[in-house]
Each structure stands twice: as C-alpha cells, then as structure tokens.
Design a protein. Sequence first.
Lengths: 389, 580
Amino acid sequence: MKKVVEGSHAVSEAVRLARVDVISAYPITPQTHIVELLSEYCSDGTLNARFLRVESEHSAMAALIGAASAGVRTFTATSSQGLALMHELLHWAAGARLPIVMAEVNRALAPGWNIWTEQTDSLAQRDTGWIQLYCEDAQEALDTTLQAFRLAETVHLPVMVVLDAFFLSHTYEPVDIPEPEEADRFLPPFQPAFCLDTENPAAFNQLAPPNAYMEMRRSMQDAMESALDVLDAIEDDYERLFGRRYGAVEAVHCDDADIILVTSGTITSTSRLVLRQLREKGEKVGLVKMKAFRPFPFEALRIHTAHAKKLAVIDRNFSFGAGGIFAQEIRSALCNLARRPLVFGYVAGLGGRDVTTDVIEDIYWRTKTSAHPEAESIWIGLHQPAPAA
Amino acid sequence: MTQQAISQTVSPPLIPRSSTTTESNKTGSWRFLKPRYDEKTAPCSAACPAGEDIARVEMLVAQGLFKEAWETILQENPFPAVCGRVCFHPCERACNRGEFDDPIAIHTLERFVADTAMRYDLQADIARRPVQGPRIAVVGSGPSGLAAAYFLARLGYTCDVFESMGEPGGVLRWGIPPYRLPVHVLEWEIDRIRSLGVEIHCNHRVSADFLRQARDRYQAVFIGCGHHRNVDLGIPGEDLDGVAEGLPFLEQVRAGNLPDLSGRVAVLGGGNTAVDVSRCALRLGAKPVIVYRRRRQDMPAFEHEIAMALEEGVELMELWTPLEITPHPDGYRLVLQRMAVASQEGPRAQVRPAAGQTQELVVSKVFKAIGNAPEESWMQPPEGDARTLRLANTALVELHGGPLVVYGGDLAALEKSVTHAVASGKEAAMALDTYCQQGWDAVESRISQCRVGPGPSLSMEMYLGGDRCRRNPHVVVFQEINTDYFLYAPRLAQPRLLKEERVRDFSEIDLKISAALAIREAERCFNCGVCNQCDNCRLFCPDLAVCRDDNPQGRRIDYDYCKGCGVCVVECPRNAMALE
C-alpha cells in the first residue's frame, strides 16, 4: 500500500515488518524519529518487541550485542556523535558475528555543532566489519532495511543502513509499504547459527591467541566477500515479490559515457536530473550510484567505469590529510587496470550545505574542460574570503 | 543463483567459542586487592546512649519483620515503647541521611515497633543465660534500676528491686506527664521485666542501714534511686504556703489528683520538669509563664518539648530571675530581676543581673522547678579511700566490709535522661557480671570491648558474644554511602493531636502510624555499614565469584576466582564491605 511517509518512518515501517525482537536506542537528531515511532509501536502492541531505553549509544549497542547473542532479531538507529560513541562495540558486534541491523542517519560531527547531513560519521566506521548500504530515497530506505536483516542473518555480519539527514530522513515521499504477510514471505523468522543456550552451555568470544585470531578475521573477510552475491540473490527474491531492485552499484547511461559522475545518497537524485539535462544537450555523461560501500563493489565499479575517460566523484565527506573517501577508494579500485579513467575528486555539501543541480553541472563542466585534476580533492562552493579593502 | 544456494557458499562464522568450563582458569591468582564483608558501625547506633542497633532495626522494619525489629531493640533497651515516646533521640542528629535530605524518623519507628508488639501482645525471644548467678539488690525502680535488673536477669542473676513508692517506674511513672507517656505503656514494659523473674518490692524504702545489712543477702547492690530532693531558690518567700515544688505536682497529676488552676501561674526553671509542669498547668486551666534566668537556647529542656509548650500557649520569659516572692490579694507577687548575658563560654550562656531593671509579676500560683539532688548522702558515691571505679554512666565502689555497690542513673550518668539511665543500668549489669566472674581488675577492659563506635555507648549483644561483635567499630560517614542508590524522599512527619485538642486533657499527643508508613520510612534508611541483603555484590561481580551461602552473611566470596576488581565494594550502597 502506498503512503506518504517521512524517510525516517519508512525505516521504522521496515523494522515493524521485520518483526524485530529487541530495539535499544538513545535519541539523537536526526535519527530520533525512527526509534520514536518504533517505541510507539512497541507500546501500543503493533510490534511485539522489547524496547530498551539506555543511557548512551555505547549501551544501546552493548544491549543489542547481548540480545543478538541470545539469538533474537535486533535493531537500533543513531547518528554522528552517537555512532562515534558506539565505535568500540561496532568492532565487537562484527567480530562476534552478530546480525544486528542499524539505521545510521548521516550527520556532520562537532564542533561546531551541526545537525545537517554529511557522510564522514559512517565512513569513519568503515574498518569495523559492518556492511554499509547508502540509500537514495525513502522507498530504498524501507526496502534496504528489510533486506538488511536477511543479508545480516545470512552472512553473519551486522549491517548499517545509511540515510542522509533531513534530505532523506525528514522528507515526506510516497512509499510502497508491503503488507505484513508479504514481508513475512520475504523475511522468515531469524534462525541463529549459534546463540547462548543454557541447555548447551558455552563461553563466547573469549581469548583468541595469535594462532587462532587471524583465521577469525579471514572468516569475516570471506563473509564480506560473499555479501554482494548474497545481496544480489536477496534482491532477486525481493524483486519477484515487490518489483523493485537497486544493486550494489547502479549505472545510468554509462555504456557510451566519456565522463561518469559517481555519487551516493541523495546527491544521486539531483544528479539524475543534471544527467538528463546534459544528455539532452548531447553530452556523453553517465552516472554511477554507489549503494554498497562495505563490502566495496570493486567488480561492478570496474565494469561500469573502465571504459570512460574521466570519473567525477562527488564526496559529501572528507578524510583530513587525504581527500574525499569515495574518491580514494575508487582510485584504489581502478589503479591496477591497464586502461582506466582519470579520477576527479570533488568535495561538496559538507555540514548539510545544499548540492544543487548548478553545483553538479559545474562539476561536470570542470571535469570536461580539465585535462587533469587540478588537485587531489577539489572543494566546490567554498565562500571566497572578502577582498581586502 | 537462488539465495538458498548462495547461502550454502557462505562459510560458517568462526568465533571464539568454548564448551569446556572456564573454571580451570583460576583468575583469583591475578588478585592483589581483596574484598571482604566488613560490617561497620552506623552513626545513629554510636550516638544512641543505649547503643541500639538502629541500622539493623530499620532494615528489619523495611522488610516487615516487626517482631524481629522489636527484639533487636530489646537486646539493648528494655523500654522501646517508653523511649519511642520520651527519648530525645540523639540518633537522628547523627543520621547520615540528614546530609542527603532529612534524617530517618528513628524515634517514631521505635515507638511503632514497640506499639506493634504491644498490640499483638508478642513475647520476645531474647538471648538469656540460665538463672544461676547470685542475688543482686536494686534500689529504685526508675529507668536505671529496672534496666539494671533487666540486664542482670538476662545475665542469669536474681534481682530484688526495692521501690519506696506504691508502684514501680520512678520518674517514668511520676515525673513524665501522661500526654507524653500513658501509664499502660509503662506497665506493659515493666510486666515484661517482671516476667524475667525480677521481683519488685514496692512501698519498701531503703535506708542507710540497708547497705550494711545487704552483704549477708546480696552479692552486690545497684543504687539508682534518682534525684528527689528539690533544690532551693534561696530567695525570700520561697517557703510560703502554696509555693509548690514541680516534681510533687507532676506526681499529683500522675496520681489522678487534678487540682483546679486558673489565671497566671509562674513556673521557675528551664529544665524538662519546668516545661512539663507548665504544660500540665495549662491543661488544668491555668495560663502558665516559665521564668528562666537564661535564654531559650540555654534551657536544659528538650527543644521539641519547649516548642510544643509554646505552641500550646505557654509563655516564656527569658533572662528574668526571681528576687522574692510575697503574698498578694490575687495570690503571689514576684519581683523579677532582668539578667544579661555576660559570657557565651561553655554550653550555656553565663548571665549576670542587669542593674536597675526589675519588674513585678502577679500570679495565682508559683511552681519551683530548678533542679533536684539526691535525698540522702549514702545515695552518692562516697569520697575518700573506698576503692572506686568511675565508668561513663556508673560508679563502682567496693565498701569496706560491705557488698559491691554500683551507683547509676541520675546519680552517676553523663546526662539526666531516660536513655542515659538505661545505658547506666546496662553498664552496671556488665560491670557487676564481670566483677563477679573475673574480678575488679577485669571490669574496665571487658566493658570497653562492648563499645558501639568510639563513644560510651555499650552493646549487651556484644557482651553476650552476638553477631554485633563482628562489626568494625568504624563509624560510617556520609561520604562512604553510595548515594546513587538512593532517591530523595520526604521524612515521615510524626502525626499529632491538634494543639486545640492537646490542651483539653492529658491524652497522648503523638499519634500512631500505620505499618505502610513505617515501612516506607524505614526504606529511606541507608542502613549504614549493615548488609541488608541487597545482593548488589553478587549481581555486579563480573567473575561470578560472589556466591550464595548458608552463613549468616548469606553469601561468600570465592577467592579462587575473585580478581579483586573491587566492583562489589564500590557498588555496596552502604559500606558493608572493605577492599584491602
């Protein structure tokens, strides 16, 4: 059934449909609406789950680690400082191979205080062993959240579903919300591969000395490497039931493109408009939307971009002393190819600054008219200092 | 490929997991600090002259174990129903909760516990030695004499109590008005003391010869006959007919012989007797005025009694002293001298006459209540060469050719209060028992082993080798309480008759409280230093090294696995553990 809902609530609806058992969260803007609706669902009986109010995000994740270890389906949501506070336990959740699903609403980190969108918070967690899937709109947020439970429970890794603050989290859009029976057909009850069991007592996650640790890390990497194939298969099922699929990478008009824009999150939607306008003018431009960041979709990226002359990667994030994080990863993905495009790294929209069609078009023309990138990262839209009197 | 097929290609997760026991890893070997249960002394119990185990009493009340709470008080004090009414409760001033919000209403809870026992006519099960000891004579059946007899009876002695009046109780019966202590309450307590085999011989006035004759029949004599001789003012007119003494007036009221009073009545003095006399006079129709030579804050009477007296309509003239009393057509004319504060040194201000300032006061009656002294000289510890040992609340004297004599109660106590009298009786019982068993030289050290905290308070439970002996004498201070575990909660207000109701007759002013209110108030108690079985230590132990056990503590620490992290000690809300 189609309903106009807020992006946050699209996630909440997916969690309801997933029949999650334990939710533990601490409120933080711009995530709060997600767990707010879920707490109402828990209190009015719409969702038969235990909602744990905790005193910090660190405890929120700790509680879910406990619950997931006991073999139940778990969910939380956070943003920015909250995610940063969880950091230690993100490693633990992944290393303990617990299929926790988290909605992470991208928000810039302080100081200065900023509640608006930026991806640096989630990208800073790239090495924790969490799968990261970036969403473009409310429908995708709902679909991805529902899929995330199946993905996590299949590969035994936690999944972070990532949304832009406000542009997605607080925007109302028409969303097709599956009926509970349909969702049940897609997502069966959680069957844990292992869990705490008093009938079969065991100690979990104790000491792993040097002769054991490395294999465990390799096992996580194996799971990561299988995750894209698993996601693809899950999307097959999902498409059969609901008629929608997204892919770890989506390519638009890439086959004949000389220049390909590479985006993630809501900038993708704006870029689709620019792409149409430029195509109408006869420009040979394409678009690659990066949905999966972890695992990194090397193969799909190479297939869709290898023949292009230039890539214009738009990063709403930054790694100080290096550059835009997507751009870095894309460069490294392509560097061993004999024939590869030039990678232009653009940094735009930090701290929620608007990335308009004009900004994206400017990026396109800069890319087209430059023989080489003028810098490792090109900052777009910086205010010029006032000229000296 | 279908997802099912794909899933088969995903390798099972490799995680650290072991089905063998971790008990082989004796983490106790990592320990360099060691936690242990270490119950300590609550400040209230150290401040209680009778050394009552208040923290434990409140714990038992909070658990609804009212009989056990009552018996816990009876270990240390034979008069919980009396003291729950008349004690000046120094415990509440010492209460650590006072630094958090308000002290526990210990006084009200003591009375509740005793009244509950009275209501259900409970029989106490109290530790007691078999009767075998020699006979002891007790002179006076006031609070110190009866307490001495009670504790001596529990220690196995046979006691004969000699009382000059027709009924036992001393000041409790004759000196404290019924609106503070109804007589049936006193009788219930005295009956329990009698049930231990204590014989009370009323109408039996003891003379100086008694001490000489006692040696044949008694191993020792306890003298606790109080102060009955009134102190004179030393001013002209104080012997006029109708200028009455305070204590006999109170006795008269107690006997039910109620005189009609009217108009202004002067009460001279500032102690509890003066306040009681004025409040009784008020109830008999007079308009009393207390004339006191110092200021209100210098009055030896209990402040809450003064406050209630003023509330009821008693007038207080501070810094006035009578110079003479003369007859007047309307009764008596008092000439009063204005006093001025000369110095603030000492517990009470020193005053001197303010030159030239006098006034006259015409009253229908005058009561003198300026203090009392022992009636006869033999009632005081002799000066001179008799072997004497002065303890906190008693004096032991080995008379030549006579029995051991112990002077107690008002004759020897630190302060004149009912609870100090109880403390005196207890100290006397311990001293006598030690003297009989181990001799004179053992008395002081044996008694000092039974101290509750650093002060003079003594515990009979400790003397008898009970669980309290294990307590650390350290008195818990507020900073040692983990206040994270306590919420602000209002203190129980003692319900009372309205002041309009109070002055109509001699009905008891303080009303009873319900069990629900008592439990709620007792739950406010920090139980400083005393384990109330909250089980935090066991719940917080990250190594499951705190185990339930059948020992009196209820749990033990398994040092094979305790790493000495100290979480249990930190999370103990009441400092009943130690880390060393």
